[in-house]
Design a protein around this ligand. Structure first.
Ligand code: SF4
Ligand code: SF4
Length: 423
């Protein structure tokens, strides 16, 4: 069994030049590289990934991955085999490094920005380094996204951050709902009553930028409940159907432990990749039980649990049981039948990776299928569905390479994509 792992997050190091309050890996400048996988072992992990999860998207992150001396060797080897991106704190980028990442065929980079305001000289310098990095990325037309962790200290800034991302031509803004992992534990101050307010604020921001900037929410699987309860939210929802931990997503730590997602602590490891194969690890008790999702408490009774399932890492960190209810969700389930993806589709929403959506009777030629296979596997079915819907609308029954060119032309005329064509 190979599993359906679509995204693998690989923390290459715990070292970092910063010490952010929300850091899930407890990274800081005083750590050394002693326990990190050496270069050759990293190559062997890539070989194992090729066998078990061909076609997955690989996120090389940390700590700060650009601190590793062998980072470009690892990037090269990874991107020969996978759609590979980097997760960075954005303080190291120079024109030279951006060019090197391009040469290594890295497809994009994420930069963390959780505030555009600063309280002291240190914060001002860090922000200015990040803004400089963004300038280099723009100059080299290197795709980048911004990751923002939402906590009590920046709730009021989310509008400002979204506008900044929009104006700076990043592809996407990921809004992470803080999970109390690592140092994030000390920031775990969003209460269940804040929670509904934050979600509706985020949904308003998504609506405001709809069609102009993609805004994804992470680690708040309950968004689907708000979406299905209020149809106005459906048009801004493009979801994957709940928490992906252990089903479509896993994380490799700097020491080689394999976790259901980056926010789980080390005692949730399914095994170490130096000792076991990925197949053994994804069949470990924790991975198997998380896939099975026999949830407890409110999540177990909830009619949304199939689509949401709560944040399993948050449940584990707070209660010690990864199958327990998610303590941040304020919802009291009504019970009844579990809602499935069909409900989202019927109401006009989109679901990533939803396989039963091909009610449209359209055929694909082999060359067109081959072209679609070149895009990251985790968005293939969504892109296919969008192309089929468009083809049906314009009366095309067979999708070939010319159809794809025609639809791509149309898409590139949309205001959101035109922004990326600035020369
Ligand atoms: S367990 Fe929580 S943090 Fe991890 S992928 Fe699921 S929702 Fe996100
Ligand atoms: S009770 Fe659990 S499954 Fe239901 S919406 Fe809340 S987190 Fe999701």
């Amino acid at each position: 069994m190979t599993g359906d792992m679509l995204v693998v997050s690989w923390q290459l190091t715990r070292r970092c030049n910063l010490e952010c309050q929300y850091c899930l890996t407890d990274s800081c400048p005083s750590l050394n590289a002693d326990k990190e996988l050496p270069t050759e072992e990293c190559f062997s992990v890539i070989e194992k990934l090729k066998v078990s999860f061909p076609g997955c998207m690989l996120i090389l992150t940390g700590g700060e991955p650009l601190l590793r001396k062998d980072i470009f060797e690892i990037c090269n080897r990874a991107s020969e085999n996978f759609f590979t991106v980097i997760g960075s704190n954005g303080t190291f980028l120079t024109k030279g490094i951006v060019l090197k990442l391009k040469e290594c065929n890295i497809k994009g980079i994420s930069i963390n920005i959780d505030s555009l305001n600063h309280n002291n000289e240190f914060e001002r310098r860090i922000l200015s380094k990040k803004l400089n990095s963004i300038k280099f990325l723009q100059e080299q037309k290197f795709p980048f996204i911004i990751n923002t962790t939402i906590h009590k200290g920046n709730i009021s800034e989310l509008n400002q951050i979204a506008e900044f991302v929009y104006l700076n031509v990043a592809f996407l803004l990921n809004l992470f709902f803080l999970v109390p992992a690592g140092r994030g534990h000390s920031l775990y101050n969003l209460t269940t009553s804040d929670y509904d307010y934050v979600v509706s604020n985020v949904l308003d921001i998504k609506e405001k930028y709809n069609g102009r900037l993609t805004i994804n929410t992470k680690c708040a699987p309950y968004l689907i409940r708000h979406t299905l309860e209020d149809p106005k939210n459906l048009k801004v929802y493009e979801g994957s159907g709940g928490c992906p931990a252990a089903t479509n997503y896993l994380c490799i730590t700097p020491e080689g432990e394999v976790l259901p997602c980056p926010f789980f602590p080390l005692n949730a490891s399914g095994g170490n990749i130096k000792e076991k194969s990925f197949n053994q690890i994804i069949n470990s008790e924790i991975f198997a039980e998380l896939r099975e999702r026999k949830l407890k408490g409110r999540c177990g009774k909830c009619e949304f649990s199939y689509l949401c399932s709560g944040c399993r890492a948050r449940a584990f960190i707070i209660s010690g049981d990864y199958l327990e209810e998610d303590p941040l969700c304020p919802y009291i389930p009504k019970g009844g039948n579990k809602l499935k993806e069909e409900t989202i589709i019927e109401k006009g929403g989109t679901v990533y990776g939803y396989k039963k959506s091909d009610k449209i009777n359209i055929k694909w030629t082999k060359d067109a299928e081959d072209r679609i296979k070149k895009i990251p596997i985790f968005i293939q079915s969504m892109v296919k569905k969008k192309i089929e819907t468009r083809a049906e609308k314009i009366g095309i029954e067979i999708i070939n390479s010319e159809t794809l060119d025609k639809i791509r032309e149309e898409v590139s005329e949309l205001p959101m994509f035109k922004r990326f064509r600035k020369d």
